[in-house]
Design a protein around this ligand. Structure first.
Ligand SMILES: CC(C)(COP(=O)(O)OP(=O)(O)OC[C@H]1O[C@@H](n2cnc3c(N)ncnc32)[C@H](O)[C@@H]1OP(=O)(O)O)[C@@H](O)C(=O)NCCC(=O)NCCS
Length: 120
């Protein structure tokens, strides 16, 4: 289930975001979380099963939502969670925005869509 970010999730959100290659630096990570908290065009969601195990963030530019951050807790990887988050987000925002991946996420995103089309 996708949950919209709120301040009480800050610690878990920062932990998950820290696995994203561009967020390794603590200062950069703090700036990123601040941006999601303060700028309505930056929207962050957490993925909850029994626990919160993933995070996905978009940056809205007009009618386009750029998929900017995506991360799954290392203990839960390779179980389809990343793909599930992408598809759930696409369903949630699809009638409002066109979802496109950032360069960093493009390869994984294309892979998610390929599976939807029934390719390997
Ligand atoms: C990328 C990430 C979110 C995938 O989450 P996940 O829940 O393991 O993904 P899924 O189980 O849905 O899919 C797993 C598949 O994606 C592939 N994959 C993992 N990372 C990938 C990447 N950066 N680019 C392309 N494919 C990738 C896996 O090799 C696996 O492929 P297979 O099914 O052919 O074996 C996770 O590896 C992660 O959190 N990485 C660190 C954060 C990060 O690098 N984010 C930005 C890059 S997307």
């Amino acid at each position: 289930m996708l949950l919209r970010y709120k301040k009480s999730y800050e610690k878990i959100a920062m932990g998950l975001l820290s696995f994203v290659p561009s967020e390794k630096d603590l200062k950069k990570l703090q700036q990123t979380i601040k941006q999601y908290e303060e700028d309505d065009d930056w929207q962050l969601f957490l993925w909850k099963e029994e626990d919160i195990i993933g995070i996905i963030g978009i940056h809205v530019e007009g009618d386009t939502a750029v998929l900017t951050h995506l991360s799954v807790n290392p203990s839960h990887r390779n179980q389809g969670i990343g793909r599930k988050m992408v598809m759930a987000l696409r369903d949630q925002i699809g009638n409002k925005y066109r979802l496109v991946p950032s360069n960093q996420i493009k390869e994984f995103y294309d892979k998610c869509l390929d599976q939807e089309d029934g390719h390997s």
